[in-house]
Design a protein around this ligand. Structure first.
Ligand SMILES: Nc1nc2c(ncn2[C@@H]2O[C@H](COP(=O)(O)OP(=O)(O)OP(=O)(O)O)[C@@H](O)[C@H]2O)c(=O)[nH]1
Length: 212
């Protein structure tokens, strides 16, 4: 419920891509680093647990727009929990990852969402719930419907992936990118409406000042 840090908009400079910060969060070993590695480098290999945080960037084109993701891959192990929230601040998007073969990681995802909410205003951030490791279908403990239901109850986007098979990985990031750009367009249009109201209501500075 806290709104400690309002998420800043992307730093869009003429001719430059929009820059969006995205954090990967979730329990240890759910596949956060593997998703980032598959997306950024098209690679899947055995990775050591993340210590603190790893950082990746990737530029993507969505329609006529160009967008740069700054991807912060946080450590899921419990011992790093206290530092992870530092990376949430100022984020524009979050992938809330769980492992479909581990019910505990699904329950923890709900806790991670609460942690995120302490640092950002959820309405300002595009959050996608991601059920990873769908290739391990024999060991599945969380159904697609359970994931979808939880995501809908919290107004989150939702997808299932396999970082190992590169299934739905780029689709996850594309869906987030599209939502971010759509929000940008809506925000870019919004000030015109505000300005029209301000003209009718008095000095601009005062109207803006007192709106908060
Ligand atoms: N079968 C399968 N294994 C996966 C998949 N994604 C990741 N793994 C494996 O799961 C283990 C953990 O993957 P990581 O990407 O290191 O998980 P993490 O969430 O970044 O872990 P932390 O850094 O501890 O937070 C590794 O052995 C990966 O190879 C997947 O889609 N399918």
């Amino acid at each position: 419920m806290a709104q400690a840090h309002r998420t800043p908009g992307p730093r869009a400079v003429s001719g430059q891509p929009f820059v969006f910060k995205l954090v990967l969060l979730g329990s240890g070993s759910v596949g956060k680093s593997s998703l980032a590695l598959q997306y950024v480098k098209n690679d899947f290999k055995s990775i050591l647990p993340t210590v603190g945080c790893a950082f990746f960037t990737k530029v993507v084109n969505v329609g006529a727009s160009s967008l740069k993701f700054e991807i912060w891959d946080t450590a899921g192990q419990e011992k790093y929990h206290s530092v992870c929230h530092l990376y949430f601040r100022g984020t524009n998007a979050a992938l809330l990852v769980y492992d479909v073969t581990r019910k505990d990681s699904f329950h923890k995802a709900q806790q991670w969402l609460k942690d995120l909410e302490k640092e950002v205003h959820l309405g300002d951030v595009v959050v996608m719930l991601v059920g990873n490791k769908t290739d391990l279908s024999e060991e599945r403990e969380v159904t697609f419907e359970e994931g979808k239901e939880f995501a809908e109850s919290q107004s989150l986007l939702f997808m299932e992936t396999s970082a190992k098979l590169n299934h739905q990985v780029s689709e996850v990031f594309s869906a987030v990118a599209q939502e971010l750009l759509q929000r940008e367009v809506r925000e870019a249009q919004a000030p015109q409406g505000d300005a029209a109201m301000v003209l009718n209501e008095g000095p601009t500075w005062q109207a803006k000042c007192c709106a908060h």
